[in-house]
Design a binder for this molecule. Structure first.
Ligand code: ARG
Length: 260
């Protein structure tokens, strides 16, 4: 499931990676990347963090509860999914847990211009059949563009792999990473980085990042949902920050979906 959803990304950034191959010294410097680099946490500490699962409750992406029945996630998480194939699980700290609230999905809105994460528009809103009894996250307004100022601390959350090609974390993890300027992210990713739709976050030296399975989950800035985990070249690699959906660009779309 995760491999299917991310297969296109490696190819899409291959050109950018090849262009900088001499700078990145692959594998020789690869170290275990504990989310890569964070700490374990709980669903009670971050009640708005949702597991997006298949019909057997196997988590494959993250999401953020923005109203009792609306969850923001990544469009690329919904490729080949239908309202009957997806569940949203709230209040569950562990991937193998059975607690919390499981909801079916009655509607999947994917941004109409979405084609691939590296082309932008990587946002989707799910409508839940069952209300989630958890505190929601507020999200940025379209005018809040200053939240992304380079160097701002952002919080990432998810159950994704703790190293590139590693296995998923059973327990929810979190870490903080600094936002990266558009010019710096363009240097990393070339034309795959679309500043209007994306924002990058990560340390220059790597080591802390989202990874496969974290997609769709929140990038929180100042306690407010400001981004959606979207893509990156490998995970936690020096010179290749994580790329997140720039939610200010899609805030009005999300509001429209919440009100629909
Ligand atoms: N596309 C991945 C997913 O589907 C998320 C990758 C994030 N990568 C990164 N280096 N930050 O889970």
């Amino acid at each position: 499931m995760r491999a299917k959803k991310t297969a296109a990304l490696g190819a899409a950034v291959a050109a950018a990676a090849a262009a900088t191959a001499l700078l990145s010294a692959p594998s020789a410097v690869a170290a275990p990347n504990p989310i890569v680099g964070g700490t374990t946490t709980t669903a009670s500490a971050y009640p708005y963090v949702m597991q997006i699962t298949d019909s057997s409750q196997n988590q494959f992406c993250g999401g953020t509860l923005v109203s009792a029945t609306k969850v923001v996630t990544a469009a690329h998480c919904m490729v080949d999914e239908t309202t009957s194939s997806v569940r949203v699980v709230g209040g569950r700290t562990y991937r193998n847990g059975t607690n919390g609230t499981v909801s079916r999905v009655t509607d999947i809105w994917v941004h109409p211009d979405y084609t691939d994460a590296t082309e932008g528009n990587d946002v989707a809103v799910l409508t839940l059949a069952t209300s989630m009894p958890y505190t929601t996250a507020s999200y940025v307004d379209s005018s809040d563009t200053s939240v992304y100022a380079a160097g701002t601390t952002a919080r990432i959350l998810g159950w994704g792999t703790t190293s590139s090609n590693g296995s998923s974390s059973n327990q929810l993890r979190t870490a903080t990473v600094p936002t990266v300027s558009n010019s710096s992210c363009s240097s990393s990713y070339g034309s795959s980085f679309i500043a209007s739709d994306m924002v990058c976050a990560g340390y220059t030296s790597g080591g802390v990042d989202t990874c496969q399975g974290d997609s769709g989950g929140p990038l929180m800035i100042g306690g407010v949902l400001a981004g959606i985990t979207s893509w990156g070249e490998g995970c936690a690699q020096a010179g290749y920050p994580g790329v997140y959906t720039r939610l200010t660009t899609f805030s009005d779309d999300v509001t429209e979906q919440i009100e629909s």
